[in-house]
Design a protein around this ligand. Structure first.
Ligand code: ATP
Length: 343
C-alpha cells in the first residue's frame, strides 16, 4: 500500500527537519507518495496566497499531513498558518506526549505525561478589534461543543492507552464564564468515565506544581492558549523544543508537526534537531496503521540517543541535522539485519 501524504516543509528550520524526517520515513520501507506544498510567506511570494488552494485540495484528498513550522509574523501580518489549517480541517485535538529520551541529562528523569490541547478556539479565535484608539479588544471563545469534544478525546485516549488520571487545567476563578464552561464540560465528561481519576488545577498553580512535582500529572486537558504555554514548559523537562512531537487530530484528518516553531536563529545552518518532527512521524506511522515501522523508527531514535555519539548541539552534541538523520537511518538498517549479522 502507498500512503499519500501532504508534505508542508514550512520555513526557517522547517525544510531541514522535514527533509531529514522524510529520509528516515523512506528508510522504514513504508511506501509514501508525497504531495509537497508551501505555505506562509514563501507561498505568498509565488502564488499571492498564504495557503495555496492546491494545498487545501491536497489535504482534502490525502486527509494526512506532515508539516514543518511556518513563521507567524508578530503583532500584525498574516494570520497563523498553523491555526488556519487546524480550524479549516477541524483538527480539534492537539496531542503532545512528553517523555525523556535516553542519555539526555535533565533535572526531571522519568517524565511520561500527555498534553491534550483544544485546538480551534479560546484566545486563538483571532477575533480582535480596536474599540477606540488606544483600546483594543480580543474575544476568547469557548463553546460547549468544542469543550465536550476535547474532553471526550482526552478521556477516550486515557482509556485506550491505560492512563489513570486526567487533570483539567483552567482559570475559572477569574474567567468564570469561559473557563467555567470548559470546566463544566470536563466534569460532565468525567462522570461518563468512572474508571479514570479526574482532578482540576488552576493554570498558574499548575506551572508551580509542574516544576516542583511533574510526576503527579498523567494526562492534562486544557484550552488552546494554556496548552501552547504549558507544552513549551513541559518540553523543558525532557531536553527542549527540538525533541517534543505533536499531532493535530480531527475525526477525518490529521496533520503531524513538532511543538517548536521555525527557529530563524539557526535556520539554514544544518544545526536544527529533527527529533521532534521524527517523533511526530512515529505518531503518524501509528495513526496510519504502520505499527511495525513506527516501533522500528522509535527504536532507531532510542538507539541513536542511547549511543549518544551523533546528537545535535541543542542537547550538547556535535552533529548536524543531516548527520543525525544518517545515524537514525543506520540504526534502522542494522535493526533489519538478522541477529549476529555484521559483527
Ligand atoms: P512559535 O511561537 O512559532 O511556536 P517558539 O516561540 O516556540 O515559536 P521556536 O522557533 O520554536 O520558538 O524556538 C525557540 C528557540 O528554541 C529557537 O530560537 C531555537 O534556538 C530553539 N529551537 C527550537 N526548535 C529547535 C530545534 N528543532 N532544534 C534546535 N533548536 C531548536
Amino acid at each position: 500500500m502507498i500512503h499519500k501524504v501532504t508534505l508542508i516543509p514550512g520555513d526557517g528550520i522547517g525544510p531541514e527537519v522535514i527533509n531529514a524526517t522524510v529520509r528516515v520515513l523512506e528508510a522504514t520501507g513504508v511506501k509514501f507518495e508525497w504531495e509537497t506544498h508551501q505555505a506562509g510567506a514563501d507561498a505568498y511570494a509565488k502564488t499571492k496566497q498564504y495557503i495555496p488552494k492546491e494545498l487545501y485540495e491536497s489535504v482534502e484528498r490525502t486527509r494526512l499531513g506532515l508539516k514543518g513550522p511556518v513563521t507567524t509574523p508578530i503583532a500584525g501580518g498574516f494570520a497563523s498558518i498553523n491555526v488556519t489549517l487546524r480550524k479549516k480541517f477541524e483538527l480539534f485535538a492537539n496531542f503532545r506526549p512528553i517523555r525523556n529520551l535516553p542519555n539526555i541529562k535533565t533535572n526531571y528523569p522519568g517524565i511520561d505525561l500527555v498534553i491534550v490541547r483544544e485546538n480551534t478556539e479560546g484566545e486563538y479565535s483571532g477575533i480582535e478589534h480596536e474599540v477606540v484608539p488606544g483600546v483594543v479588544e480580543s474575544l476568547k471563545i469557548i463553546t460547549e461543543k468544542a469543550s465536550t469534544r476535547i474532553a471526550r478525546f482526552a478521556f477516550d485516549y486515557a482509556r485506550r492507552d491505560h492512563r489513570k488520571k486526567i487533570h483539567a487545567i483552567h482559570k475559572a476563578n477569574i474567567m468564570k464564564l469561559t473557563d467555567g464552561l470548559f470546566l463544566r464540560c470536563c466534569r460532565d465528561t468525567a462522570e461518563i468515565y468512572p474508571d479514570i481519576q479526574y482532578a482540576e488545577h488552576i493554570v498558574d498553580n499548575t506551572c508551580m506544581q509542574l516544576v516542583t512535582n511533574p510526576y503527579q500529572y498523567d494526562v492534562m486537558v486544557m484550552e488552546n492558549l494554556y496548552g501552547d504555554i504549558i507544552s513549551d514548559l513541559c518540553a523543558g523537562f525532557v531536553g527542549g523544543l527540538g525533541l517534543v512531537p505533536g499531532a493535530n487530530l480531527g475525526h477525518e484528518c490529521a496533520i503531524f508537526e513538532a511543538v517548536h516553531g521555525s527557529a530563524p536563529d539557526i535556520a539554514g545552518k544544518d544545526l536544527a534537531n529533527p527529533t521532534a518532527v521524527m517523533q511526530s512521524a512515529v505518531l503518524m506511522l501509528r495513526h496510519i496503521g504502520e505499527t511495525a515501522a513506527a516501533e522500528r523508527m522509535h527504536a532507531a531514535l532510542q538507539r541513536v540517543y542511547s549511543e549518544g555519539k551523533k546528537t545535535t548541539r541543542d542537547i550538547g552534541g556535535k552533529s548536524g541535522t543531516s548527520e543525525f538523520a544518517d545515524a537514525v537511518i543506520q540504526a534502522l538498517e542494522t535493526s533489519k539485519e538478522p541477529a549476529g549479522a555484521g559483527r
